[in-house]
Write a protein that binds this ligand. Structure first.
Ligand code: PEP
Ligand code: MG
Length: 568
């Protein structure tokens, strides 16, 4: 069995068709006629843009507008003067088009792929996809036609790019296996949209299989079997039937309220990274936005975004949600998220350094610009401001002072906004958890960021595979911390939500219900699963399980107990 990243759920069984990559190496030549070289380069870009737009149109018709935007994004990226202008400059200096394209793309890929943020990593792989497509044009290489594969095919390739995915005929492809790509890569997003089971990041798989080998893909667990024996095959045929039945059950939750088994209403919000994601959240039945990671506006740029640019982006998300809550987290940079143009100093311990609200309070001009944009956007719906990485009460007070100043300025300028706009805290540090009672007196709401809370409680770098065995929200210390935060919020009468990954975890949900969590903010694709799990538990059942779990001493025992009690 091979293990990879479970990227698109379901069981796929079929016959393998390998997609072999072309050799894209070239000899970097010095050129004497930059104008002619630029003309060759722009011809390649124009062809790429034309083909990509046509593919996007096809995807829009066959799959949907959200997915088409991925390809449109590629087309826009290649036309962006920041990219093509840089490449033109290099050609003017005597580089050939292939070398200029590669150098500029690799520079951006290097920058984005170093970041721990999945969204930024995705940006890197989008640029890599675009680079390969344009390079093929320059080198005169034709792509394989995936639309011609036979029914029952499992595609195996190094990376499934959006341009390749656009050729997939859903009825013919029963599974996808790739060597690279993560859960949030665009190949994963498109595979999910097409509802084709996919397992990504199975290293070396292309060379390990042959065309026509039989493959089983478990896109829920991330498992791949090649030429399985009869026993494994029948087991997975049954699993496939069970998956289809379960899917039908989830579909029954579309458009429903989020209620526990005893009728208690919970809020089921979504985490998003761009205003366009708000459309996805709305389409997936999200009841609001519990975390809008505003970093993208800053990271996807070569300079600070202006107040108006930010305002337009926030307003777009707010208008999309049509009056439902939109919680905008203020700039959470530093740590692993670098923004080259800000010139942040290298630090020995970036996760413990000058980041998030610490950086923002140290750079009030940048922060006030963002806060003004957010507050102005509150005129169009129910916006809340969320402060990341809070460790002291002072930080919250200072942000609130800035908010008051901005409100006064807006009043004197006659600009509208929601005067009741709430300011809440992300509780994601050990300090914030320990002083949650004090913070609850200052904040209008809490949202627990379990991704960081786990990191800081366990003293374990969330991106370091060597210590990944310790990075678990089921650790007794993390569970105690979550319980304590919710209790402090409740005692002060403020709502408590959770926007870390744990909020969507089926094993964790009964514990969160018992602790009294009001709002669950999850990836849009997990809304129905979370709603289904919440609907299966009564408070009494959740309390009984929680009492047992909170008396256990090890993560292993806790996970075993939760798995035993799980309601599928
Ligand atoms: C968290 O820390 O749980 C969180 C939601 O924020 P991020 O993953 O962006 O750090
Ligand atoms: Mg965080």
């Amino acid at each position: 069995m091979y293990k990879g990243i479970a990227a698109s759920r379901g069981i796929g069984i079929g016959s393998i068709c390998r997609i072999i990559e072309h050799d894209l190496s070239f000899e970097a030549k010095k050129i004497d006629d930059p104008e002619a070289e630029k003309a060759r380069f722009h011809k390649a870009i124009d062809e790429f843009v034309e083909e990509t737009n046509a593919m996007a149109e096809d995807i829009r018709n066959r799959i949907g507008p959200k997915e088409a935007e991925i390809l449109m994004g590629h087309s826009v990226m290649m036309q962006d003067p920041a990219m093509s202008g840089e490449m033109d400059k290099m050609i003017d200096q005597g580089q050939c088009a292939e070398a200029a394209l590669t150098a500029v793309c690799d520079m951006f890929i290097g920058m984005f792929s170093k970041m721990d943020d999945e969204m930024m990593k995705q940006r890197a792989s989008d640029i890599a996809d675009v680079k390969v497509s344009v390079l093929k044009k320059l080198l005169g290489i034709e792509d394989v036609d995936i639309s011609k594969v036979a029914p029952g095919t499992v595609l195996v390739c190094k990376d499934l790019t959006p341009s390749m995915t656009s050729q997939i005929i859903k009825e013919n492809v029963t599974g996808i296996i790739t060597e690279i790509g993560g859960k949030t890569s665009h190949s994963a997003i498109l595979a999910r949209a097409l509802e084709i089971p996919a397992v990504l990041s199975v290293s070396g798989i292309v060379d390990e299989v042959k065309d026509k080998d039989t493959a089983i893909i478990d896109g829920t667990e991330g498992d791949v079997y090649i030429n399985p024996d009869g026993e494994v095959l029948s087991k997975y045929m049954l699993k496939r039937e069970e998956f289809i039945r379960k899917q039908a059950e989830l579909d029954g939750f579309i458009g429903k309220e989020t209620l526990t088994a005893d009728g208690d209403k919970k809020e089921l919000f979504c985490n998003i990274g761009t205003p366009k994601d708000a459309k996805k959240a709305a389409a997936c039945d999200g009841e609001g936005i519990g975390l809008f990671r505003s970093e993208f506006l800053f990271m996807d740029n070569t300079r600070l975004p202006s107040e108006d640019e930010q305002y337009e982006a926030y307003k777009e998300a707010v208008e999309t949600m049509e009056g439902k809550t939109v919680i905008i987290r203020t700039l959470d940079i530093g740590g692993d998220k670098d923004i080259p143009y800000l010139g942040l100093e290298k630090e020995d311990n970036p996760f413990l350094g000058y980041r998030a609200v610490r950086y923002c309070l140290g750079n009030p001009d940048i922060y006030k610009t963002q806060l003004r944009a957010i507050i102005r956007a509150s005129a169009f719906g129910k916006v809340k401001i969320m402060i990341p990485l809070v460790t002291t009460v002072d930080e919250v007070r200072k942000v609130k002072e800035l908010v008051s100043e901005i409100k006064k300025d807006l009043d004197s300028e006659g600009i509208g906004y929601d005067s009741d706009i709430e300011v809440g805290c992300m509780i994601e540090t050990a300090s914030a958890s320990l002083i949650a009672d004090l913070l609850a007196k200052e904040a209008d709401f809490f949202s627990i960021g379990t991704n960081d809370l786990t990191q800081y409680t366990m003293s374990v770098d969330r991106g370091n595979p060597k210590v990944a065995y310790l990075y678990s929200s089921y650790q007794p210390s993390v569970l105690r911390s979550i319980k304590h935060i919710i209790e402090c919020g409740k005692a002060a009468g403020i709502p408590v939500g959770m926007c870390g990954e744990a909020a969507a975890d089926p094993l964790m949900i009964p514990l969160l219900m018992s602790f009294g969590l009001d709002e669950y903010s999850v990836n849009p694709v997990l809304v129905l699963t979370a709603r289904c799990i919440i609907s299966k538990w009564t408070k009494q059942e959740a309390d009984a399980l929680t009492e047992k779990v909170m008396s256990l001493a090890t993560e292993e025992e806790i996970v075993a107990t939760l798995k035993e009690a799980a309601k599928e």
